[in-house]
Design a protein around this ligand. Sequence first.
Ligand SMILES: [Zn+2]
Length: 384
Amino acid sequence: MTVLAGARIVLPGGVHEGDLHISDGVIAEPGTPTATDGTTDGEVIDVGGRYLVPGFVDMHVHGGAGASYQLGRPDEARRAAGFHLCHGTTTTMASLVTGSPEELATAVASLADLAADGLIAGVHLEGPYLARARCGAHDPALLRLPDRAEFRELVRLGRGHVRMITIAPELPGALDLVRDAVDAGVIAAVGHTDATGETSRAAFDLGARVATHLFNAMRPPHHREGGPAVAALTDPRVTVELINDGVHLEPSVARLAFAAAGPSRVALITDAMAAAGMGDGDYRLGVMDVEVRGGRATLVGGTSIAGSTITMADAFRGAVVGAGLPVHEAAESASLTPARALGLDSRIGSLEPGKDADLVVLDDDLRVVWAMKRGRRVECPNSR
Ligand SMILES: [Zn+2]
């Protein structure tokens, strides 16, 4: 039994001051007997009035600390996941940008092993069936039309760990692929798309349940043609991803998304690439060259934003400080909402009894002090 004493515990309904009890890596019922009353052995950690928030769940991230998931290399995947874990992401997907058929197959097969080991929650295929007009930082030469045989093979290689695919629903055959994904238990996400609202709604009606980085790399809303963004925001079945880094979206647009969909349908993501945690410099995203200047990642020789350099802790803090959300609603968008979108909310996503003790201690400035995964404190290079 471990007790985190004197905490501001951030629960789905609000912030409660008290102690959090952990037993065998799982959050226990409040009031469970502890060492403090002499009835059991246990460790008491004084949290000193800091915030305890549920561990962050990042459903869209490509890498960090100079490492990328793209080639499926275990050492790089461990470095990226370890970096984000130290910044509070206790559950992470591994996102792959558009690659050649061989590259994606190799990466998926390798990442499936790491998912089976619990390092990552699964693989997110961001592409390769995306709109040329909205390709963002994806190599347009590698984009292809929906290929049901290729997708079926990737699902097979993933052995249950390909959890999500982003598709442009207006491409020929895309709606069939949405149906295939749903049938295979893979979350279909609408993104990198030039679709109309009508086509987007058709994808949602077929079971697509996520909008990939809402507003970014999709046809912008017009008042007579709302496009994918308005279709997603107005559909109660759909979770919208938001890159809340102050670069991808104007703050008022982020506020609009929260006002329209609420924290239960807005999932904060990082969309971080290898440069996260590395400072300015030159990097790669898939086959594309990316330069980071002033924390802003763009394609070399272009203006497309190429992923972010933030952590989920930055996204969380931005939701409170920039978008004005109460702490418990920001925590919902950083943890419970993405957990629910991934079908993992029975185990993670909130600090409620019976769930894994995945949590983050934050100071008054909402900066990470330390993190815990399944009841074990995470060792980090500069943990305090
Ligand atoms: Zn991405």
